[in-house]
Design a protein around this ligand. Sequence first.
Ligand SMILES: *Cc1c(COP(=O)(O)O)cnc(C)c1O
Length: 365
Amino acid sequence: MPRPIEALIHTEALARNLTRARAAAPEAKVWAIVKANAYGHGIERAYAGLRGADGFALLDLAEAERIRALGWRGPVLLLEGCFEPRDLELCSRLNLWHTVHHEAQIDWLAAHKTHVPHQVFLKMNSGMNRLGFKPAAYAHAWRRLSGLTQVEGIALMTHLSDADGPRGIAHQLAVFDEATRDLPGERTVANSAATLRFAPGAENVRGDWVRPGIMVYGSSPDFPDHSIADWDLQPTMSLRAQVIAVQDLKAGEQVGYGSRFTAERDMRIGVIACGYADGYPRVVPNGTPVLIGEARTRLIGRVSMDMITIDLTAAPEAGVGSVATLWGTSPGGAVLPIDEIAAAAGTIGYELMCALAPRVPTRAV
Ligand SMILES: *Cc1c(COP(=O)(O)O)cnc(C)c1O
């Protein structure tokens, strides 16, 4: 028998979360963001749930080829554009739309020989200072692109740094709207946080396309301000493993490396076949939530490479073979949001789903 651990990808939940994004911006088209192997879900598995999107956006050319290999003929957008001139050949061959965020990418396009003109997304650096043309240089870049026979359409794009936090998006939107006021073309600004928090009330946030990523994968972009239940999202990845051993502890006994947990009273604990080599974060403290069957309990002791230990007090019937859910949905439908584990680890749901280890058998359900 293989190690009793698996990750499930919930196809219907992906489709449902995508519908949530649409509901927040009904007249906009939706890019399903599938970078980083669909946030760790696997592009092929995620595609089954997300094929109702209007396009797929990612940044790795090999991932773009995988989307085309699945039979997707609609828009595919490279969010970081081309990394070198010959990437444009693949864009021409596979009809990939690509982001243009620096001058050399325009030079490459100008020198590119193609029969099929390209759709490009011209990116503005509206304050995040990662990718894009400064507002003052933006119209010039737009004019350069619009003069190229290699370019068919130019969409206008920026990315928001604080859609999930107290600073908000008004300062960047003002910059973007002002610098694009006289330019034609489709517009796109909203990631998940902006789609959920701001798109319903603001036409300039909805734009022509929204770009939801994390919300589609059942993690709240602004946890703990809002949980997935608040946003009506469902987990799309469940990490489950079985109890492989049970120990009866006397009050005062310790558990695991560094003896980090001491039993307050006599108790039963379960050893679960999941550790940091599976992508479960080592740094989480005693008390991190775990589901055993349908009951909520707590992790105790240190996370080791292949095992964690949990309190079985809440599930006296549990024993070897019982199923624990480390995040996601239990077999009976109880939900443990990945955001709770991420918060306990001092990180965000994005990082945990992307870090699911290749050794964990994963299947779509
Ligand atoms: C990753 C990404 C998104 C999606 O962000 P989420 O926070 O996951 O919704 C949107 N736009 C761009 C440019 C991105 O790189």
